[in-house]
Design a protein around this ligand. Structure first.
Ligand SMILES: [Cu+2]
Length: 498
């Protein structure tokens, strides 16, 4: 399937220009027409196909997966408060399943293989029906190694207020791309760990680092850990062949037509499997208004971190004079970049080198600690607390969640998860089926953002709280695909379920 429609194309008046016709005849991710959602119908589910398609990466054809509506539009744009009613068809000739990341379906429709629903067989179609819920920037992806091969798409939920606002939505889905299959990437990670443990993964082996940690923890000096000589953290496990924004490299980026003096709402999704980014809005002042689809008190800035699985909604006011404005995603700890370009009529769109002059920033919790939820959880004490430790064993590239074996909760409880990262890699931790509030960072209490994926930098401690209002057996895992695949996943199970 060469025809690729991202949601962007459907923006009123947002024609796209200046793209390579061979592989991008129509460039539009499911980017939001005001009337994109057909009238609710109890009888007719919206068809959504798991498909194979060809894109161009670094001048070479790449066979990848996708999630497409019948007209070719990639992804879904739905109305808040409506019914999610989708007939998901497997057209890739191998078993798969799709998780609706950010929505809160009943757990039987959550899309994690065998939890409890089985994989969708080749040519099988399965219907998913549940309330869409409130508005937000979400996404959908395979909860399997197929995610690496771009089996992901935007899942945008718009409120009535969103639709009425005089504001252009621009969806950006980020990816890391490799011509090497995910199974091989995983095998290489395991092989290189087994062979050269201390050298391949930072200046110290994990176990040495862990011993050092224990003392530091005891002395309460955790905050200094990352600056200690010899305690180098590992930023990236995999060097990818390309970093993509809406399937494209900066060599041939998406150019989105915008109005001079117009307002834009970026809906940015980090769909990369093993790469964190920092979003850079260049000369434009941004206003962060939501994380993981949940509104926050606006935070002004031009630089915003986004780890795997996370989303950022950033509002921009474009200059009246018009112009061309790159929105870039800087790879953490690397000079590689991805991005799109916002361009008003007549603007000269210059070439943006794929390699920046400096490495992308290392992600921390600075911004996280400044975020405040617009609608925080009600004040109440926790009924149940779990202390979990994130661990890694570089000798065989395996990862784990200590204390995560028996997370049993009851409906109606306020639950707190206190997460401590005792490894030298960062872990974006995702809980399915709920939004949690960030209530503590490195020992400091706060009324932080509601979200569903929280970054745990090396040696960091974060506490999140949520209300147990969606019975099921819910995955809690790292959104680094290869950490999840090698053990960093557990389940929060309601009593009487699963
Ligand atoms: Cu991880």
């Amino acid at each position: 399937m060469n025809r690729r429609h991202f949601l962007n194309r459907m923006m009123a008046g947002a024609a796209v220009f200046g793209t390579s016709a061979a592989f991008h005849p129509i460039n539009a991710w499911a980017q939001t027409a005001p009337d994109a959602t057909p009238p609710a119908s109890n009888a007719i589910p919206r068809p959504l196909g798991v498909v194979s398609r060809t894109i161009e990466v670094n001048g070479k054809a790449a066979r990848v997966f996708g999630l497409a509506q019948t007209d070719g539009t990639l992804g879904l744009a739905l109305d808040a408060g409506s019914s999610f009613d989708v007939a998901l068809s497997n057209r890739i000739g191998e078993p798969t399943l799709i998780h609706w990341h950010g929505l809160t379906p009943p757990w039987t429709m959550d899309g994690v293989p065998d939890n409890p629903a089985a994989l969708l067989g080749p040519s099988e179609t399965r219907r998913y029906t549940f309330p869409v819920g409130t508005g937000g920037t979400h996404w959908m992806h395979a909860h399997t190694l197929q995610e690496q091969n771009l089996l992901a798409a935007p899942l945008i939920v718009r409120t009535a207020a969103d639709r009425q606002r005089d504001e252009q939505e621009v969806v950006i889905l980020l990816h890391d791309f490799s011509f090497t299959p995910a199974e091989e990437l995983l095998a290489k990670l395991k092989a290189s760990s087994a062979g050269a443990m201390p050298m391949d993964h930072g200046a110290m082996g994990q176990s040495d680092a862990m011993k050092g940690m224990a003392g530091m923890m005891a002395s309460g000096a955790m905050g200094q850990m990352q600056s200690m000589p010899g305690m180098a953290m590992d930023l990236n496990d995999i060097d990818y062949d390309a970093y993509l924004a809406n399937d494209r490299t900066l060599d041939d980026p998406e150019v989105v037509a915008v109005d001079k003096g117009g307002r834009v709402r970026l809906r940015i999704i980090n769909g990369a499997t093993a790469t964190a980014f920092t979003i850079n809005t260049g000369s434009l002042d941004g206003e962060l208004i939501a994380v993981d689809g949940q509104a926050v008190q606006p935070v002004a800035g031009r630089s915003f971190p986004i780890s795997m699985g996370q989303r950022l909604d950033i509002r921009l006011a474009l200059p009246k004079a018009g112009g061309s404005h790159p929105i870039l995603a800087l790879r953490e700890g690397g000079a590689e970049r991805a991005g799109i370009i916002l361009a008003s009529a007549g603007a000269v769109v210059g070439k943006i080198p794929e390699l920046g002059e400096a490495k992308g920033p290392v992600l921390g919790l600075g911004l996280e600690q400044r975020l405040r939820a617009i609608e925080p959880l009600a004040q109440r004490p926790a009924d149940r607390r779990f202390a979990l430790t994130l661990t890694g064993n570089m000798a065989d590239y395996s990862w784990g969640i200590g204390g995560g074996d028996a997370l049993r909760i009851k409906r109606g409880e306020r639950v707190e998860l206190a997460l401590t990262n005792m490894s030298m890699m960062a872990h974006p931790m995702h809980l399915h089926g709920h939004a949690f509030q960030v209530v503590g960072v490195n020992g400091k209490t706060l009324g932080g953002a509601l979200r569903d994926t929280i970054l745990l930098p090396p040696m960091a401690r974060v506490t999140v709280a949520f209300d147990a209002d969606n019975p099921g057996r819910w995955p809690l895992h790292c959104h680094h695909l290869y950490h999840m695949a090698t053990g960093m996943m557990t389940f929060v199970a309601y009593e009487g379920v699963g």
